[in-house]
Design a protein around this ligand. Structure first.
Ligand SMILES: O=C(O)CCC(=O)C(=O)O
Length: 307
């Protein structure tokens, strides 16, 4: 059988789905128009500049040791209505539905800005915490004992035994052009089918797809990836809408961290996406079949029988 060529930019959702299945990533071209890109970029840049000046930005654990040059902005839905459009956009939602199923949540809505002078992010997967399948009678991995960066390691070739399914999907919006020079995301094609984790070291078989602002690079939670080195003269603006299956703990604690003034304005779909709706009773407060959860202050506390 002829091997499918590596993903290139496409506007065809079917091709994106097939690329994700075959290679573990795809490039969605021109998902938002130039005016939307400009509006997102302006809000993001203003927020990023203010957070850095106020020393409010905190590094992410997957960043290279000692890299305090790259910048993360978390909980963007609290930081501008314009970001909600990206989370609700039909293209990421269709790909999340393809990989995770119709019900999925937003695990994070963050920005990753690679600045000149940074370090390459070590290769990693976004579901290092997923236990390996085990044959009956063999010891199983205890999920709560798994440690980031401790494998199991191996080569990124297709496994011949059962592997775990994807539980998360990363849809990384390009808010500036992504180029090899400014630190575009590196991926290892096909590594999503290996069932093992990368050691973090760069590899000869990694590729660094480029794309224009308004496009996105999208990867399966099992795909080996990391951001690149920025040798250009300006920042690379990445914005991730990161989705998870409904029983996976979200990367950011959305129900606790969503600002009350933002929550008051959310429509039901955005509330569902952020995990404010129980899923088959999971994530519920004191009414498992309620449409939406309620904060602790409104739940039932210690009661005494009435006389
Ligand atoms: O910013 C990038 O290019 C990659 C970010 C990343 O590795 C992640 O979000 O897990």
């Amino acid at each position: 059988m002829e091997e499918r060529s590596l993903p290139t930019e496409t506007t065809d959702l079917d091709v994106m789905r097939e690329d994700l299945d075959a290679w573990g990533y795809c490039i969605a071209k021109d998902v938002i128009d130039a005016d939307t890109v400009a509006a997102v970029r302006d809000r993001l840049t203003a927020q990023a500049t203010a957070e850095r000046a106020a020393e409010l930005d905190h590094p992410f654990p997957a960043e290279a040791e000692g890299d305090d040059i790259n910048q993360w902005l978390y909980l963007l839905h609290n930081k501008g209505q314009i970001f909600h459009q990206l989370a609700l956009h039909p293209t990421p939602r269709a790909l999340a539905a393809h990989v995770l199923g119709a019900d999925h949540n937003l695990s994070a809505i963050d920005s990753h800005i690679t600045h000149p002078g940074n370090k390459a992010m070590p290769l990693h997967t976004d579901q290092w915490w997923m236990p390996q399948p085990a044959l009956p009678g063999q010891p199983h991995h205890r999920q709560g004992d798994l440690i980031r960066g401790e494998g199991p390691f191996g080569e990124p070739t297709a496994s011949t035994t059962a592997i775990s399914p994807p539980m998360v999907l990363n849809f990384m919006w390009m808010i500036s052009d992504f180029t090899a020079a400014n630190g575009a995301t590196r991926v290892v094609p096909g590594s999503h089918l290996s069932g093992v984790q990368p050691t973090g070291e760069p590899r000869a078989d990694e590729v660094q797809p480029e794309g224009t602002a308004g496009s996105a690079i999208v990867w399966d939670g099992r795909t080996w990836h990391g951001s690149g080195v920025n040798t250009a003269d300006g920042p690379r603006l990445g914005l991730t809408t990161f989705f998870c299956a409904p029983v996976v703990r979200a990367l950011t604690n959305m129900t606790y961290a969503t600002r009350p003034d933002v929550l008051a304005e959310l429509d039901d779909e955005m509330k569902r996406l952020l995990g404010f709706a129980p899923w088959n009773g999971y994530g519920a407060t004191d009414e498992p079949t309620a449409d939406f959860v309620r904060p602790g202050v409104d739940t039932v506390g210690e009661l005494k029988p009435l006389d």
